[in-house]
Ligand binder design. Structure first.
Ligand code: ZN
Length: 160
């Protein structure tokens, strides 16, 4: 069976920056499972995996526009310290979930200067080209329920 829309694929993967810095790997964990055609994984990786089957190995370099997008300067904002009510101490490197028009968004504190806090809402991997090494472990048909939910259930997926 080949990876195509409405199929479930389980993959082992290692992803590095194109400079060779390790970003993430499934080594030592369950394979990553995704439902093809539902934006479960970044588009550049999904398109490279189309048509592959169990046992296939794929190495692909994905540019930022097909991964986590380009960095956007307007995602960096200065907010007053008073916006962080209920947090005892604000430090660079802290992450918060913020509400945005596109749903929950992770923001990172990058600088604290007196009463002003600089936050960055860019994805940590925005603007970075990624190099994937993938081994396809399994390809199976999705259940009707998985297709209705837009994600997979069971191993490597949602348990609910
Ligand atoms: Zn579900």
């Amino acid at each position: 069976m080949q990876i195509e829309k409405d199929k479930v694929a389980l993959i082992d993967y290692t992803v590095k920056t194109t400079e060779g810095q390790l970003v993430d790997t499934s080594e030592g964990n369950e394979p990553l499972a995704f439902l093809c055609g539902f934006n479960n994984i970044i588009p550049g990786l999904e398109s490279a995996l189309m048509g592959k089957q169990a046992g296939d190995q794929v190495s692909v370099e994905v540019q930022p526009e097909d991964a986590y997008g380009q960095r956007r300067d307007e995602m960096v904002k200065e907010v007053p310290l008073t916006a962080f009510q209920g947090v005892e101490k604000i430090e660079a490197g802290m992450q918060f979930q913020a509400e945005s028009p596109n749903g929950p968004q992770l923001i990172m504190v990058t600088q604290v200067d007196g009463d002003m806090v600089t936050v960055d809402g860019n994805h940590p991997l925005a603007g970075i080209a990624l190099s994937f090494d993938v081994t396809v472990k399994e390809v199976r048909a999705a259940s009707a329920e998985e297709l209705a939910h837009g994600h997979i259930h069971g191993v490597g997926g949602h348990h609910h």
